[in-house]
Design a protein around this ligand. Structure first.
Ligand code: SF4
Length: 339
């Protein structure tokens, strides 16, 4: 029988697995503590579990943390980009450094089917969805190298809402107090505007935060920059955001990557304000990070303003979310607005 993927199992799965082996519930707590809190990934090293049980665990379960291919560090701000090997596929995660805290940005798919023209991941096409264990593994593998990470955003390669069940599974594992215990308000799911996913998240009642990569204030431009807009145009997206906000009462982060002479004019800023009017949002203006079509170039900084720059997030439409994790929220224009 093939071994089960340990990092894809939820807490109740572990309880059930231990009961099936004739073990008490606390054995599930021990295992989750070793994997998620102590970040020990070899059964034989779990010293408070008897030798016989360790061998049994080894027979039945595999712990797959990704193999590190490469890590690139930004000298400017300490951000680290990790390239992992998942059985021959390369996937990226990013650890974004802030004074006193780290934010992890995880990938949710190998490749991406959405084809945003400024994004190399989108240009390379879609390979497959990532499992719960593969997403959890990215996070734990970064923590094993960097220590505790406080914030998490699903905003790397791929569209999280197209891998909804596994993303929610990873959120639950990382949030569960017997597992990683990461605060739910420190977790953000970022979407390019997949309306059914937003509506499902509104009903989920999880308390996780939502970010939307908008990048354009009208349908003509958004059809070009974020092609999923043809399927879920701005009117439909706006209605979904209203539903989400009514259901959760949560402020929504709007990610807006600025590309020179594409989406960065003052009239477009006004259109953006009109579009978001009445919603409680945090607008994160980000120097556009282009890894795809070279026609999309980062907007230059306004005179006298600081521009974050150094866009290292390949495949990531911008930096992290709002004040809890925003790598690039120190923007060109006032970064916060209640439209
Ligand atoms: Fe996919 Fe995000 Fe790239 Fe668009 S920007 S193609 S949603 S990974």
């Amino acid at each position: 029988m093939p071994k089960k993927d340990a990092l894809s199992l939820g807490y109740q799965d572990w309880v059930a697995e231990m009961e099936a082996l004739g073990e008490k519930r606390f054995r599930a707590d021990q295992i989750c503590g070793w994997l998620y809190k102590k970040r020990v990934f070899e059964w034989q090293l779990m010293s408070d579990i008897g030798l016989e049980m360790r061998s049994r665990l080894d027979e039945l379960f595999r712990v797959e943390v990704p193999r590190l291919e490469k890590v690139v560090s930004s000298r400017r701000d300490g951000t680290k980009k990790f390239l992992w090997d998942f059985g021959g596929s390369s996937v990226e995660s990013v650890a974004i450094a802030h004074p006193g805290r780290l934010t992890a940005c995880l990938s949710t798919q190998v490749g991406c089917p959405l084809g945003c023209p400024f994004c190399a991941t989108g240009q390379s096409g879609f390979e497959r969805n990532m499992t719960v264990g593969e997403m959890v593994g990215q996070f734990l593998a970064m923590e094993a190298r960097l220590g505790d990470i406080k914030n998490l955003v699903f905003m790397g390669m791929g569209e999280p809402m197209l891998n909804y069940d596994n993303v929610i599974g990873a959120v639950r594992n990382l949030n569960h107090p017997k597992m990683r215990g990461l605060g739910i308000r420190h977790i953000t799911i970022s979407t390019s505007g997949v309306v059914p996913g937003i509506l499902r998240l509104a009903r989920e009642g999880l308390g996780v935060r939502l970010a939307v990569s908008l990048h354009a204030p009208n349908d003509d431009l958004r059809d070009l920059l974020v092609p999923i807009n043809a399927q879920y145009p701005l009117k439909e997206l706006r209605e979904a955001l209203e539903t989400y906000q009514e259901a959760t009462g949560d402020r929504i982060t709007i990610e807006y990557s600025l590309f020179d002479k594409v989406n960065d004019s003052v009239p477009m800023a006004r259109q953006l304000g009109e579009y978001l009017k009445g919603l409680s949002v945090f607008i994160n203006l980000i120097p556009g990070s282009c890894t795809g079509d070279a026609r999309y170039v980062t907007s230059p900084p306004l005179q006298g303003e600081r521009l974050c720059g150094d866009p290292v997030l390949h495949g990531v439409p911008g930096g992290g979310p709002d004040e809890q994790g925003g790598r690039c929220g120190r923007g060109m224009w006032p970064a916060q607005a209640n439209a």
